[in-house]
Structures are given as structure tokens and as C-alpha cells.
Design a protein around this ligand. Structure first.
Ligand SMILES: [Zn+2]
Length: 139
């Protein structure tokens, strides 16, 4: 008896493994709420516990408070920091993009780290753009 399609793991040929996409109703609630695929293969596993969202999303959520801390350390957001925030998105884009387009397979640790950088980058980018727009409108 063979495993159902999508559950057989990495193909022996070395081709890109299938990405399991669970229907929204089968995802964990946190995963469905934030729009995460919740693929158990990509969730953090520590001992017998498995995170309900993927490692990248855990990293994103961990990066957001770092962006708030950056406000206290570096002051109000600026357009220069927005550019830095955009650069922080690049590792996650490269890591995720390479997985989508090739046989490259990332690791949970790599997804977590690139997710943290991307979470910090997202808020730096949005904060910097918002600050620049507000300065343009209000002077
Ligand atoms: Zn996710």
C-alpha cells in the first residue's frame, strides 16, 4: 500500500518534494487565521510538540516585537530604515523562492531565521513608508 499523493515524502529522483496544502478547514486555527499553510513538514518540532504554524510564520511573528524594540533603540522610522527593512525581506524571498522554483529544500532553522528578519523588515518597511508619507502630507 502506498501513501496518498502528497504524503509520500521526498521523491527518490531528487525532484522538488510536494508542498502539502491543507484545505482551510483542516489547518490549525492559528494557521488558518494568519493565512499560513500549516504544513506539518514545515512547522517547528521540539520534542513531541509541533508548532501550529510554519517556522517562517513563527519567525515573522517573532520579528514584529523586534521592530517595536527598534523604535526605542533607533527612534522614529525613516525612509532610510524602510530601505533597510526591504533588504531584510530578501533572505526569506530567496529562501522561499528557491524552494518554489527548484529542488532546493530549506530547513526549519533557516525558515525561522529568515522569518525573523522578514518580520522585522516588514514593519521597518511599512513604518518608514508611512513616516515618509506623513511627512510629505503634513510637512
Ligand atoms: Zn506559515
Amino acid at each position: 500500500m502506498s501513501a496518498p499523493a502528497g504524503l509520500a515524502g521526498r521523491p527518490a529522483s531528487g525532484a522538488r518534494p510536494p508542498i502539502l496544502e491543507h484545505p482551510r478547514g483542516l489547518r490549525s486555527r492559528p494557521a488558518a487565521w494568519i493565512g499560513c499553510h500549516g504544513n506539518p513538514d514545515r512547522c517547528l518540532a521540539i520534542g513531541g510538540w509541533r508548532s501550529p504554524i510554519c517556522a517562517r510564520c513563527v519567525g515573522l511573528l517573532a520579528g514584529y516585537p523586534l521592530a517595536v524594540a527598534a523604535l526605542f533603540v533607533f527612534g522614529p522610522p525613516s525612509l532610510e530604515r524602510a530601505l533597510g527593512g526591504a533588504l531584510l525581506l530578501v533572505p526569506a524571498a530567496v529562501d522561499g523562492g528557491a524552494q518554489a522554483l527548484s529542488a532546493y529544500r530549506s530547513t526549519s532553522a533557516r525558515r525561522l531565521v529568515t522569518g525573523v528578519l522578514a518580520g522585522l523588515g516588514q514593519l521597518e518597511l511599512l513604518g518608514g513608508i508611512t513616516a515618509a508619507l506623513l511627512r510629505a502630507v503634513h510637512g
